[in-house]
Design a protein around this ligand. Structure first.
Ligand code: UD1
Length: 418
């Protein structure tokens, strides 16, 4: 059965809402609970498809899981499997970070190539090369990648590109390694800091997360974990952009403003006024937004996950905006859908040029990936008339109660099942 969003655009968003726990921090931290062979309590885990899938993989490996709203108890004392089920691997690319955790725990893991959103080729060569640097043998057989080690040995690893997933996989794989592992050119995303904090709370010895040099000193064992996940900066950005495109005002709570400074700067350049309090952002939008240029880069640059979100917002900004997508080559599919709603955009390789129009209009559109799908929601909130967004399963992978939160701000959005 397929689900649709039905959105009647044109309502100004007004009011207060909050940000849920971070999807991209939850996934590696859930994987990390495999390491200690103990009892783990995680708080503020968003109840979304991707976290459910990650928990399903852990269950399949032998963990016992209890879920109560945002609180999850994971008992990882008994694990009886080292193979990540192919169907779950296909569902979600981030399942590849289970590999690092299972290697550290069992010295062996088998998996197939990961799936996930179709936003460009998503190789795992950096993960594999890094495993090999840690003394892990990697071979491909019958479509499986089999990784095995007698002993995991710390080493210096230089990443050609600061891959988020590869950085996390190295941190997980080397927790019990003999000696010290150093990651140079590591990803610096806030989710990496959250993973470091969670691992250290278990007794790991890691420092440097948040810089491009991370040092992991191998330890012998870890203890039980109780940990609260950081708020989702991409969801925060989505709610702010949704408000801005309707000319609305929002008080956003449970947010870490410093995680989205690049977006806040852009929104100010576009004419919004922004007040930042400790865990709160108040945004007031102007009558008419102004065009800005964006270039996506690894953190602390502008996040690729907000490219489509801000891109949709810019379709009604005064002037011409130029976007350069440097992280994933296939992240402009949403613009084809937005054209159906009256947006004016051209794409040339990694660059998109958006000419602002006065208003968008209703259309029947289709989510093509998670963030691209969310960008259609943003556009529909502005559009005249009733927009139908098909394939919203993509959006539900990454947003907890998006429709509910938008309704609480006055949006007219509903889910229709067929
Ligand atoms: C993570 C995020 C995703 C975000 C992305 C970039 C999670 C669950 N997902 O994805 O939302 O969009 O970071 O901020 O946290 N690459 C290689 N070889 C590799 C690995 C990556 O060439 O072995 C390339 C990719 O093709 C891409 C770039 O590196 O061009 C960035 O990918 P990476 O940082 O690894 O993203 P993910 O960890 O998959």
């Amino acid at each position: 059965m397929s689900k649709k969003y039905v959105i009647e655009g044109g309502k100004r968003l007004e009011g207060t809402t909050y940000v849920s726990g971070s999807k991209n921090a939850s996934l590696p931290i859930i994987a990390a609970t495999l390491l200690n062979g103990g009892m783990n309590k995680l708080y503020n885990v968003p109840n979304i498809h991707d976290t459910k899938m990650m928990l399903k993989i852990l269950e399949d490996l032998g963990c016992k899981i209890k879920r109560n709203n945002g609180k999850i108890i994971i008992d990882s004392r008994n694990i009886h499997n080292h193979e990540i089920p192919e169907s779950l691997m296909r569902e979600m690319r981030s399942s590849v970070i289970i590999a690092g955790a299972l290697l550290a725990r069992n010295k062996k893991v088998m998996f197939t190539y990961p799936g996930g959103c179709d936003i460009g080729s998503r190789p795992i060569d950096l993960h594999i090369k890094s495993f090999e640097k840690l003394g892990i043998h990697v071979k491909e057989e019958f479509g499986y990648i089999i990784c095995e080690a007698e002993e995991i040995i710390g080493n210096d690893i230089h990443l050609d590109f600061p891959s988020v997933g590869a950085t996390e996989n190295i941190m997980l794989a080397s927790v019990f390694a003999k000696g010290t592992t150093k990651i140079n050119n590591a990803a610096m995303e806030p989710e990496i800091i959250d993973l470091q904090n969670a691992l250290n709370a278990m007794g790991a010895k890691i420092n440097g997360a948040g810089t491009n040099n991370i040092i992991i000193k191998g330890v012998e064992k870890l203890k039980d974990l109780s940990y609260n996940i950081i708020p989702d900066r991409i969801e925060a950005g989505t709610l702010l952009c949704a408000t801005a495109i309707t000319g609305g005002n929002i008080k956003l709570q449970k947010v870490i403003p410093e995680h989205i400074m690049t977006l806040l700067n852009k929104l100010e350049e576009m004419g919004c006024t922004i007040q930042i309090n400790k865990n709160e952002i108040i945004l007031n939008s102007p009558k008419k937004l102004k065009a800005v240029d964006i270039k996506t880069l690894p953190y602390p640059g502008f996040p690729t996950d907000l490219q489509s979100i801000l891109g949709a917002t810019l379709t009604v900004a005064k002037g011409t905006s130029i976007i350069v997508e440097n992280i994933f080559e296939n992240r402009y599919k949403y613009l084809n859908e937005l054209t159906k709603m009256g947006a004016k955009a051209t794409i040339e390789g990694r660059t998109a040029v958006i000419k602002g129009v006065r208003k968008l209009s209703k259309a029947n559109v289709r989510a093509t990936d998670l963030r691209g799908g969310a960008s259609l929601v943003i556009a529909a909130l502005n559009a005249r008339g009733r927009t139908y967004i098909d394939n919203i399963e993509y959006i539900l992978r990454g947003y907890e109660n998006l429709d509910k939160k938008l309704r609480s701000l006055g949006a007219n959005i509903n889910i229709e099942e067929r």
